[in-house]
Each structure stands twice: as structure tokens, then as C-alpha cells.
Design a protein around this ligand. Structure first.
Ligand SMILES: Cc1cc2nc3c(=O)[nH]c(=O)nc-3n(C[C@H](O)[C@H](O)[C@H](O)COP(=O)(O)OP(=O)(O)OC[C@H]3O[C@@H](n4cnc5c(N)ncnc54)[C@H](O)[C@@H]3O)c2cc1C
Length: 261
């Protein structure tokens, strides 16, 4: 019987592994590629879909255009790995046997237990997220007026937050939409920990685009209409009203990958 390698995930890691294995192993092993998406997503460009979802085909590459015909692709979600018996289980199949397994299932958004955040904020981890942010920003803009502009808040000023704020600002300008965009960062600088010149350049570009930047401000809670910032036993938190909140404040390992094995 030939050796079977199973690769889970069609992000950079999974897709790269499939391509490399096809290149080095040729026909000497059977490759099975499993992903919950039938495409490889160019995730570091997905923020562009926030401004314009019609560019989807620029950031989505169907797996059939990536893999060799001999590589088997299973469109499914892995739910369990039986490491003792070397078997992968999915939503619809329970016995995908493997000799070698690569779990390349990526990361998930970290909400740090901040009250109400997960329930009220968008995250940006996939195509669906970008499309949903677009749709929410659009409908907030449609019901806004010059006197009462749409209030869009982005929490977390790493690269994803900065790119999200920039795309929403471009959307606002393209559509001449009445909109206030605020980027809230817990640390004292945007793009924390990076080159000062770059931080300054990014800050200037965002401010030129009319993005309000709040640094040194930690989001401490969120409800349906208000973001609470800071606060302690002695001091009430500052309140920031919002229509759409996008949380790009951190990532963590996939909890499910820990429970898969
Ligand atoms: C807006 C944005 C901008 C970014 N910009 C940059 C940048 O400029 N430079 C940079 O270096 N990094 C950037 N990153 C980070 C970069 O995208 C990630 O580091 C990278 O995607 C990680 O690759 P990965 O393959 O490990 O995971 P992912 O790309 O997340 O892929 C995981 C894959 O596994 C699949 N999957 C998950 N669970 C299961 C399951 N149970 N069953 C089946 N399939 C499953 C998913 O559908 C997905 O296909 C950015 C990220 C974002 C969101």
C-alpha cells in the first residue's frame, strides 16, 4: 500500500505544503487535501473586499487551479483526529486514514474575554467577514446624514486594523458617505512594536484620510450601541457610540485544533 499524507487547511501553510509535497514526492505518495473552503484565500489582501466585494476573484484561488489532478481534495470540515488509529474525521466522513498528517488550520480571533466584544464586533479572518463588514458599513452609511454620520470603530491598530480603517475611509470617499471612522489602540502607538518612521507615516496617512486615532485606550466592554473604553473602580469608562465595530485586536491559536487531537 502506498503512503498517504493528509493536509488540512487551504491557507498559506496548507496550500504551500500541498504544492511542495507534489513537487518533491511526485507519485510516490498519495496526497489528500481537506479544507472547509474550496479555495485558497489570499488572506493578507482580503481587507480590499471591505471597500469593494466585487474584487473577490482577485483574492480567491480555486483549489483546482492550485493542485495537481492526482491530489485528492475533500471539501469538508475536520472535526476530530484519532491519533492512535491515524484517522481523520470530518463533518461527513469518519474514516480518512493517514500515514502523515499536517493540521494547518490557522489561528482565530482573540477576544480576551472583553465583555460583549465577541457578540457585537466583526472580526476579519476570512472572505465572509470582509463581505459582512462591507454590508454593515454600507447600510450604516445609507441611514446616516451629515448631522448624524455613521460611526465606524476599529479596535486594534495592527496591520489588519490599519488596513481596515484605510479601506473604509476609501469607501467613504468613493461614496461620499457621511461617516466618522475611529481607530482605537490599547498601546501608545499604532502598528505597535514596529519602526517609528513607518508608524509615523501610517499615522499621517490615516489622519490625512480623516481617521480619528485613539492610542493608549483599551476597550473594556461593548454593548449594542456603545463601546466602553478604560474605566476602573474609581472612574467610569469613556463611552463611544458606534454603528459598526470591527475587532482586529489580536489572534490566538485555534482552540479547535487543540481539541482535534
Ligand atoms: C487582513 C489581514 C492582513 C494580513 N496581512 C499580512 C501581511 O501583510 N503579512 C503577513 O505576513 N501576514 C499577514 N496576515 C496574516 C496572515 O494572513 C496569516 O499569518 C496566514 O494566513 C496564516 O496562514 P495559515 O495557513 O497558517 O492559516 P490560514 O490562512 O488561516 O488558513 C487556515 C485554513 O484552514 C482551514 N480550516 C480551519 N479549520 C478547519 C477545519 N477544522 N477543517 C478544515 N479546514 C479548516 C481554513 O478554512 C483555512 O483555509 C494578515 C492577516 C489578515 C487577516
Amino acid at each position: 500500500m502506498s503512503t498517504r499524507a493528509v493536509i488540512v487547511g487551504s491557507g498559506y501553510a496548507g496550500t504551500g505544503a500541498v504544492k511542495k509535497l507534489e513537487e518533491v514526492a511526485g507519485n510516490s505518495i498519495d496526497i489528500t487535501w481537506i479544507s472547509e473552503h474550496k479555495y485558497h484565500l489570499v488572506l493578507h489582501e482580503v481587507h480590499r473586499c471591505i471597500r469593494d466585494p466585487s474584487i473577490e476573484s482577485d483574492v480567491v484561488i480555486p483549489v483546482d487551479e492550485v493542485k495537481q489532478p492526482d491530489t485528492e481534495f475533500i471539501h469538508d470540515r475536520v472535526t476530530n483526529v484519532d491519533v492512535d488509529n491515524r484517522i481523520v474525521e470530518t463533518d461527513t466522513q469518519s474514516d480518512i486514514a493517514y500515514d502523515h498528517l499536517l493540521l494547518a488550520v490557522g489561528s482565530e480571533t482573540a477576544f480576551y474575554g472583553i465583555d460583549g466584544l465577541q457578540g457585537h464586533a466583526h472580526q476579519l479572518k476570512g472572505l465572509d467577514d470582509a463581505q459582512e463588514i462591507h454590508s454593515d458599513v454600507k447600510s450604516a452609511a445609507e441611514s446616516a446624514t451629515q448631522q448624524n454620520p455613521a460611526k465606524i470603530v476599529i479596535g486594534g491598530a495592527g496591520l489588519s486594523g490599519i488596513q481596515t480603517a484605510g479601506e473604509i475611509a476609501e469607501y467613504r470617499d468613493d461614496k461620499r458617505a457621511p461617516m466618522e471612522i475611529t481607530l482605537v489602540e490599547g498601546l501608545d502607538e499604532i502598528f505597535p512594536g514596529n519602526d517609528t518612521e513607518l508608524q509615523t507615516a501610517l499615522q499621517e496617512r490615516l489622519e490625512e484620510k480623516g481617521v480619528n486615532i485613539m492610542t493608549g485606550e483599551f476597550i473594556s466592554g461593548v454593548d449594542e450601541n456603545v463601546i466602553y473604553i478604560g474605566g476602573s473602580e474609581d472612574q467610569d469608562p469613556t463611552q463611544l457610540a458606534y454603528d459598526t465595530l470591527v475587532w482586529t485586536g489580536g489572534i490566538t491559536g485555534q482552540k479547535k485544533s487543540a481539541t482535534l487531537i
